[in-house]
Design a protein around this ligand. Structure first.
Ligand SMILES: Cc1cc2nc3c(=O)[nH]c(=O)nc-3n(C[C@H](O)[C@H](O)[C@H](O)COP(=O)(O)OP(=O)(O)OC[C@H]3O[C@@H](n4cnc5c(N)ncnc54)[C@H](O)[C@@H]3O)c2cc1C
Length: 288
């Protein structure tokens, strides 16, 4: 069924990155993407399988130096129930609430959702709204080395990221949102929660006197990677959130997306959904 020759369960980050540096390894977190993909033959295991679950310090949410940090092994259930996130960035628990089922949420990790790099990865959308940065660790031959990059730049294409062989995603962090920050996430699937998104949309910004500033829009499942909607953002930035602004923004979405037709929906339907959901989500923001 598979060609796994070695199964490793490292108990420190150093042990994990040293093992990953030897090459030809598959990293396992919750397995909710990896196991179905290997079972269907969509991908195969490398000779070494490294289970990250026992690496200390990779799970949990913390506040550090004005940032909120989610360890890569933080599960979707952890996000849903986290008190700090509920207070400081409720869009993350709200998104977790629309993610799969309890059973999947208990295993699925934030790091896995990001590294799987699906254009439809739900947790990526609120993280783009929050200007998140990913942290990657590797073994440089003598010590553990880390680097960071904006989440927006991390994705290269469906299933492909800028993570180098041997690198482990250790965390994702974002600045603690300031006063007046609001964010919303909406997902359309054939079922409300148990399905992969046909389209997902996020909006965020600071609301002041009926306008939205520092606007962030993000779209899932409508481009090769989850994308920020910069044309849409410009159509909303600093303008009164009137029906006309919302209409123009909904039209502007069409510049930001490049959907394809697949088993879930046609490209035409996805475009219509993005228009409709953007109108809905901006109306919600304007009245909240
Ligand atoms: C029934 C079902 C429903 C689902 N519903 C949803 C949904 O509603 N929304 C959604 O977005 N997704 C959904 N998914 C997909 C999946 O649950 C998520 O993408 C999940 O977050 C993956 O996390 P994981 O820990 O299980 O990753 P894994 O399967 O363990 O790993 C996924 C990929 O990331 C790599 N990886 C994992 N962790 C790291 C790390 N720390 N560093 C480097 N590489 C790493 C692995 O090598 C692998 O390539 C669903 C899956 C199933 C089976």
């Amino acid at each position: 069924m598979h060609d796994i020759k070695r199964y490793l369960v490292p108990v420190s980050l150093e042990e994990a990155v040293r093992a990953a540096a030897e090459g030809d390894a598959t990293l396992l977190a919750g397995g909710t993407d990896l196991m179905p993909q290997t079972r269907t033959g969509a991908r195969s295991f490398s000779p070494t399988l490294i289970n990250l679950k026992r690496v200390p310090g990779l799970r949990g949410v913390s506040r550090e130096n004005g940032n909120i940090r989610l360890g890569a092994l933080t599960t979707v259930t952890d996000v849903l129930n986290d008190v700090l996130l509920r207070e400081a960035a409720p869009v993350l628990p709200e998104t977790a609430d629309h993610f799969a089922s309890d059973q999947v949420r208990n295993s699925a990790t934030i790091g896995g959702n990001i590294c799987n790099a699906s254009p439809a990865g739900d947790m990526i959308i609120p993280l783009l709204l929050l200007d998140a940065v990913v942290e990657l660790a590797s073994w440089n031959g003598e010590a553990v080395e880390t680097r960071s990059m904006p989440l927006e730049e991390f994705f290269v294409g469906p299933g492909r990221t800028k993570r180098q062989p041997g690198e482990i995603l250790t965390a994702v962090r974002f600045p603690v949102p300031g006063e007046g920050f609001i964010a919303r996430f909406v997902k359309f699937g054939t079922r409300p929660a148990l399905d992969i998104s046909v389209v997902s949309i996020g909006v965020a910004g600071v609301k002041e006197n009926g306008t939205l500033r520092r606007v962030r829009m993000a779209f899932g499942a409508v481009a090769p990677v989850p994308v920020r909607g910069r044309t849409t953002e410009a159509a909303v930035e600093g303008r009164p959130l009137t029906a006309e602004t919302i209409r123009q923004a909904s039209e502007a979405t069409q510049e930001d997306i490049s959907p394809i037709s697949d088993v879930r929906a046609s490209a035409w339907y996805r475009r219509e959904l993005v228009r409709t959901l953007t109108t809905r989500i901006l109306n919600d923001v304007s009245t909240s």
